[in-house]
Design a binder for this molecule. Structure first.
Ligand code: OGA
Ligand code: MN
Length: 200
């Protein structure tokens, strides 16, 4: 990963899309961790947190599994993201404190309606990341990520969820939406957070 390019893009436009963000060997390991045979590890995703937590399948259709610090394959990814966290803190003074992330599997016919990643909670999300794990993705497969401008009216970029593509964006500034997928769609969604609570 070209940290200088990432830092510059985050500063100038607030987001960046990278292709082949990790070595293929690592991507293969991560894909194996979210293959369907292991789906009992996965739970239906909720919307919101605490008292506002809701199961809304029409808004959000994925099943998720948080990465496991004890798992050797997950560790590789978590270490790469922790390195990114430290490098970005050194360049952009974001004060990123930690990173939380989960595998997400969207079965055919599911989507995630337009939303912001910032939650009312104790630890605030500053930077969002999504790493895609879909080999041989076809145009008809759908499941693209549309990233909107701050007021949600114009699409700034549309990301195809291809194997190894990573998007990083400022969580508070970009509403985004996962279009309906026509096949199984796999990814890791994650968030760099600052410590403690902060008013939204
Ligand atoms: C999310 C999300 C985008 C994607 O999990 O919050 O917006 O492309 N995911 O999977
Ligand atoms: Mn999101």
């Amino acid at each position: 990963m070209d940290i200088n390019l990432i830092a510059k893009s985050l500063e100038q436009t607030g987001y960046i899309v990278l292709e082949q963000a990790l070595p293929k060997k690592n991507l293969d390991q991560l894909l194996r961790r979210c293959e369907v045979d292991d789906l009992n590890r996965f739970n239906t995703a909720h919307v919101g947190r605490g008292n506002e937590k809701r199961l809304l399948p029409n808004v959000r259709g994925d099943v998720i599994s948080w990465l496991d610090e004890q798992n050797i394959d997950d560790q590789t990814f978590l270490a790469a993201m922790d390195n990114l966290r430290r490098e970005l803190n050194a360049r952009l003074f974001l004060g990123l404190f930690d990173y939380e992330c989960h595998y997400a599997v969207y079965e055919s016919g599911t989507a995630y309606a337009k939303h912001l990643d910032v939650l009312h909670g104790k630890k605030n999300r500053i930077l969002s990341t999504v790493l895609y794990l879909n080999e041989n993705w076809q145009q008809d497969d759908g499941g693209e990520l549309d990233v909107y401008d701050e007021n949600g009216s114009n699409i700034l970029t549309t990301v195809t969820p291809r194997f190894g593509t990573l998007i990083i964006f400022l969580s508070e500034h970009f509403p985004h939406e996962v279009r309906r997928s026509n096949t199984t769609r796999r990814s890791i969604a994650g968030w760099f957070r600052v410590s403690g609570s902060s008013p939204i």
